[in-house]
Design a protein around this ligand. Structure first.
Ligand SMILES: [Zn+2]
Length: 86
């Protein structure tokens, strides 16, 4: 699978995503270009703006990416190495 996700015509590496907005942007500003878009915060304080479809794709892609790198620790006996517990 790809390490990139498409947001606002940009290929964004999933590992750069800090968080994804749960609700659409609203600031009340008349000339706001992003009303109704979902903010996707990247490293370095950058943001990109996703429509609802793209936002959902980002979340799915992040989940799959995470699941992909997670070691398979459900089969076998008790977990002996607790590495990256958050
Ligand atoms: Zn705004």
């Amino acid at each position: 699978m790809s390490i990139f996700t498409m947001i606002d015509d940009k290929h964004v590496p999933l590992f750069r995503v800090m968080w994804v907005a749960a609700v659409p942007h609203f600031c009340g500003s008349e000339d706001c270009m992003h009303e109704g878009d979902y903010e996707v915060r990247l490293e370095q304080g950058e943001s990109v703006w996703a429509n609802r479809e793209e936002r959902d794709c980002v979340l799915v892609a992040l989940q799959q990416w995470h699941d992909g790198v997670e070691p398979d620790e459900d089969d076998g006996d008790a977990a002996t190495d607790e590495t990256a517990e958050q």
